[in-house]
Structures are given as structure tokens and as C-alpha cells.
Ligand binder design. Structure first.
Ligand code: SF4
Length: 411
């Protein structure tokens, strides 16, 4: 059983406090029904930690394979296709151990494939990769299967796409067009069926206009440039569709887009529940368990009246940005990638993912007692980073308990 598998993750990424909290919460709620946060009561500071956050199955699997590969292959050249996961600390640690990156996040080549030989090791990241890259590496003689860290939940989306393709549906992928996972899913899906990527509801609405014939078909190829498969015929390929999504999208958006496109097809073809399958595949979302658990936990955490939220994770992490999005709707939210961004009790440097820039905010901690802060992190963020954030915040309250004093409460 997949979830029973445990992985070897370097101890430096773990946190004794958070390990104790997660273990206790799991024991108390094996069925994962309670999404309320855990309270860390420092006295003048109350920190509420989300029920689920941090390394997911796919990330632990990737880290385990990557560090084991380094250990077992001294003297060999080891490459990563691109960032293994979206966490700067983990990627830097791998680089420091001699791993070289072949491409950047957008797929731009850093080291040409023709510099590789069959003796080299190439790790495929947790997001998976495109069929074209898989074939390129195989043609060099590289044994990619041995060092493939593609998450099984990403492969599940590919399998779902294959089923839809076999039934002659065009695959609509809700995802970020330049994200490694969506590029990989698009490549796998469009090898067997026409495919098109929509990044958000706005694009889904534009796609609907082509489905209904409200927009001239030639415009589709401009508007959806780089987002449709080869030989895509907008006049034919939007009559029978199925929707899958990147595993880390916002659950509410994913549901809204699938419902919207279903409605468009129902109206265009006058469908009923009996014959809907003639034009719209019976799909459920393909979000992974970690995305669902982490988003549900943020929703549960937001029930606590608090003063601010801090979300920890890589700035290019899709799943983390959605946790930020949920928090932002309710209260001041600071997206940081390490405790170092907390410059002092007065000043914080944080990331605005809407315009992709870092900014500095003054007086982010209101002067009140107890101060209530909600904290969560993305699926590629080590717990040690979250503990660092907690320690830094607690350090601003000299009269407060020490982090280690809290561990016995959770043992
Ligand atoms: S976020 Fe989900 S799909 Fe991505 S690596 Fe983690 S478990 Fe796998």
C-alpha cells in the first residue's frame, strides 16, 4: 500500500517538534476528518499550525531516490533534468553534492543533451517530463527508469488522460502552461489525443467561445499559442472533451472550470445526464491527496480568528501559491521561503506571487497579546524551515516558552 511506504529523508529537513505534532495528530485522527490546526501556546504568542503541510509522498520519494543515487554512485556524473522539486534549499543541497541541472524551470537548456553519455545518470523530477525528453535521453543510452522520481499521482493523471483519449475525447488540461508538470502531462496526453491547456477560468471562458462558435476559429491558434497539440483542429476537436488538471491547482477553481465546460457542452448539444458522455467525459478532478489535504487544512485553520498568516515555501511552487491565495482572502498573509525573510520584529520581506516580486512590509506584527499567527507550508517545504520560522517569531517574545519546551506536550 503506497501510503504505508516510508522514505529516507535527510534529518536536516526534519523538525523534532513538527514530527511530534504530526504523529500525535495522526494518531488522534486516523481517518483525516479533523482539519482544525494545532495550537502552539507560547504565552504572549499563539501559533496555529495547519493540520497538514510540508513534504508530500511524491517529494519524499524524489528526495529519497536523489540522495540515495548520489550516495550509491560516487565518481559518476549525476544530472537533474531541472529543479527536482520547487524548494530552493533542497535544490541547493543537491547542487552542493555535485548534481548538475540540465534545464531551468521553463525548459531552457543549460547543459546540451549532446554533452551526455550513456554512463551518466539523469534524475527525472517529481513533476515527470515530456515524451520528447524521455526519448532524447533514451537515444543517448541513459537508463531513465532507474532514476525516475515522477510522482505516482502525476502518473495517475497521465493514465486518466490515456483512458479519456482511448474514448476519443479531446483532453482539456487545467494547469499552468509553463509548469513542468503541465508540460509533461500535455506531452503524454497529446501523444494519443488532441489536447489543449487552459490556465484559469478566464481562458476556459475563451475556450467556450470557440466551442460555441462565437469566435473565429483562426483566432484560437493565436490566443492559445503553445497550448494546443500538433494538428489541433478547433472546428472538430472541441465537440467531445474531457478535463484533467495539474495535481496542485486550487480545488475550487478546478471544480468551477470542469462544471463550466460541462455546462457549455450540455447547452451546445442539448445533452441530458443520459447522453452527456457523447460529448463530455465523466471526469473527476485529478488533484492529488496532498493538494486536497493541505487546502482543506488551510480552510480549517482560517476558522480561527487570527491576526496574520505566514505561508512557507518555494516562490515557484504552485501548490504553495494556492495556500497563499486562500489565506489572502481572509487576513494579512506573508509568503516567505525561509526564516531569513523575517528581518526583525518590525520588518518582513515576502513574495507577491501575483506580480512575481518580493516586497518589504513594516509593522507586520500587530502589538497585542496574545498575538495569533496561522502557519502552513507547501508540499515541497522541509519542516525544518517551518520550525525555523516558529523559533524566530517566538524569539521576539522574550517571556515566551522555548520551542523545545513544547515538544513533550505532543509526545
Ligand atoms: S504535490 Fe501531489 S502530485 Fe506533486 S509530488 Fe506531491 S503528492 Fe505528488
Amino acid at each position: 500500500m503506497q501510503f504505508m511506504k516510508s522514505f529516507e529523508v535527510p534529518v536536516v529537513y526534519r523538525s523534532p517538534l513538527i514530527t511530534a505534532i504530526k504523529k500525535k495528530r495522526k494518531e488522534q485522527d486516523r481517518m483525516k476528518k479533523d482539519f482544525s490546526p494545532a495550537l502552539l501556546d507560547f504565552g504572549p504568542l499563539h501559533i496555529y499550525l495547519a493540520r497538514h503541510f510540508g513534504f508530500c509522498y511524491g517529494v519524499e520519494n524524489a528526495i529519497d531516490i536523489a540522495f540515495r543515487t548520489i550516495e550509491e554512485n560516487p565518481g559518476k556524473r549525476i544530472f537533474l533534468l531541472s529543479e527536482m522539486i520547487h524548494n530552493p534549499q533542497v535544490n541547493t543541497d543537491l547542487k552542493n553534492k555535485g548534481v548538475q541541472f540540465l534545464q531551468d524551470n521553463s525548459g531552457k537548456q543549460i547543459i546540451p543533451f549532446d554533452q551526455l553519455s550513456s554512463e551518466d545518470i539523469v534524475l527525472i523530477p517529481a513533476f515527470g517530463t515530456t515524451l520528447q525528453i524521455e526519448n532524447n535521453l533514451r537515444s543517448i543510452g541513459i537508463r531513465i527508469e532507474e532514476y525516475d522520481t515522477t510522482c505516482p499521482f502525476v502518473e495517475k493523471v497521465w493514465n486518466r488522460s490515456e483512458v479519456i483519449a482511448r474514448e476519443n475525447y479531446t483532453i482539456v488540461i487545467h494547469g499552468k502552461p509553463t509548469h513542468e508538470e503541465t508540460r509533461a502531462t500535455f506531452s503524454h496526453a497529446s501523444s494519443t489525443a488532441p489536447g489543449v491547456v487552459v490556465k484559469d477560468m478566464k481562458q476556459a471562458e475563451e475556450l467556450a467561445k470557440y466551442i460555441k462558435g462565437d469566435k473565429p476559429s483562426e483566432q484560437f491558434y493565436i490566443e492559445f499559442k503553445n497550448q494546443y497539440s500538433a494538428n489541433f483542429d478547433v472546428t472538430k476537436h472541441l465537440d467531445r472533451i474531457g478535463v484533467v488538471n495539474q495535481t496542485t491547482m486550487l480545488a475550487t477553481d478546478t471544480q468551477a472550470i470542469a462544471d463550466f465546460l460541462k455546462e457549455v457542452m450540455v447547452n451546445k448539444f442539448g445533452l441530458t445526464e443520459k447522453n452527456i458522455k457523447e460529448h463530455f467525459a465523466d471526469t473527476r478532478d485529478t488533484l492529488c491527496y496532498a493538494t486536497n489535504d493541505n487546502q482543506s487544512s488551510v480552510i480549517g485553520m482560517l476558522n480561527v480568528p487570527a491576526d496574520l498568516a505566514i505561508v512557507v515555501g518555494g516562490y515557484n511552487s504552485s501548490n504553495t501559491s494556492h495556500l497563499v491565495e486562500l489565506c489572502e482572502e481572509k487576513l494579512p498573509t506573508y509568503f516567505i521561503n525561509s526564516e531569513e525573510k523575517i528581518l526583525s520584529a518590525k520588518t518582513i520581506m515576502h513574495y507577491n506571487f501575483h506580480n512575481c516580486s518580493e516586497l518589504v512590509t513594516q509593522n507586520y506584527l500587530p502589538e497585542k497579546e496574545p498575538l495569533k499567527i496561522l502557519i502552513t507550508s507547501g508540499a515541497s517545504c522541509p519542516d525544518a524551515l517551518v520550525e525555523g520560522v516558529i523559533k524566530k517569531l517566538a524569539g521576539f517574545f522574550p517571556a515566551s516558552k522555548k520551542v523545545n519546551d513544547l515538544i513533550p506536550e505532543f509526545l
